[in-house]
Design a protein around this ligand. Structure first.
Ligand code: AAT
Length: 281
């Protein structure tokens, strides 16, 4: 970072790189799985980077965490048991714990160091871990799902990209496991990558998921610090279609705390530009 800027180079977005000006590097380390970097940026707050890839910034993280959590939870009539895979920063947990009717929340993150540094440097996100309903498991998400048949109403896969430790979460057998671990009305929402950049990942995930779920639907999330300024949520369900919008009245006490998710955005996210719709057919 000799120039004082961080640039996000990656094989999944060749020829482009998002750059953020650094104010101060807060942490640099190497875990069993990946390089971990936390820095304070000039204009996006604190930033978490794994293997050179931006995982979240304090300024815009709410867009992704809210959509990953509330689209899935609000599409289910009565979510009680929830699992988060990945999401070691705690941001998705923070959104799930807003739902008072959820009784049990499990999180399976492969890398304990992500949780430790988030608890120290990203309190705005890691507050999610403070809720007494949350149980933490340090393990590979795919391995965790073995022998978890029919146990969860909603599973949120907040995973990094398919290069590195998350590779196991993009294979067809993972979608089989996901399908097996949810209840008959169950919903799984997975990190759906970018429609501008990841045609191959998206179409192969869609094909794999379609073998095991009734509805597989891609929703758009606007977020400046993910590659090309957007990311998708891939909603896979055996019951309600997530694209149809919330399955129940959205609690005003929850809505008033949110900055991105609204019932209108929930529906609108699944209306895709022509090229993306064609790609997903
Ligand atoms: N909310 C932050 C956004 C993320 S974090 C992804 C998390 O998934 C990381 O903490 C990573 O350690 C964890 N992870 C990776 N592989 C596995 C696995 N096999 N099992 C469990 N957890 C895993 C996503 C950012 C998306 C970036 C888009 N370019």
């Amino acid at each position: 970072f000799s120039s004082g800027w961080f640039s996000e180079f990656g094989s999944l977005w060749p020829g482009q790189a998002m750059s953020l000006e650094i104010e101060e590097v807060l942490f640099r380390g190497r875990s069993k799985f990946q390089d971990v970097l936390v820095f304070k940026s000039k204009t996006y707050g604190t930033v978490l980077v794994l293997d050179g890839v931006i995982q979240c910034t304090e300024r815009d993280e709410f867009a992704y965490q809210e959509m990953m959590a509330h689209v899935a939870l609000m599409s289910h009539p009565t979510p009680r048991r929830v699992l988060v895979i990945g999401g070691g920063d705690g941001g998705v947990l923070r959104e799930v714990v807003r739902h008072a009717d959820v009784e049990e929340i499990h999180i399976c993150e492969i890398d304990e160091m992500v949780i430790t540094v988030s608890k120290k440097y990203l309190r705005q996100l890691s507050v999610g871990f403070d809720d007494p309903r949350v149980q933490v498991h340090i393990q590979d998400g795919a391995k965790f799902l073995l022998e978890k048949k029919g146990q969860f109403d909603v599973v949120i896969v907040d995973s990094s990209d398919p290069v590195g430790p998350a590779e196991s979460l993009y294979r067809e057998d993972f979608y089989q496991l996901l399908s097996d671990c949810i209840t008959p009305q169950g919903i799984a929402a997975t990190q759906g990558e970018c429609m501008w950049l990841h045609k191959e990942v998206i179409t192969s995930v869609k094909a794999a998921a379609s073998k095991h779920f009734r509805h597989v639907e891609y929703g758009m999330i606007s977020i400046p610090t993910y590659p090309s300024g957007m990311i998708g949520v891939m909603c896979c369900s055996k019951g309600n279609s997530c694209a149809a919008g919330p399955a129940r009245q959205v609690d005003n006490a929850i809505l008033s705390q949110l900055q991105y998710y609204t019932p209108e955005i929930h529906k609108a996210a699944f209306v895709l530009p022509g090229f993306a719709r064609k790609m997903l057919q």
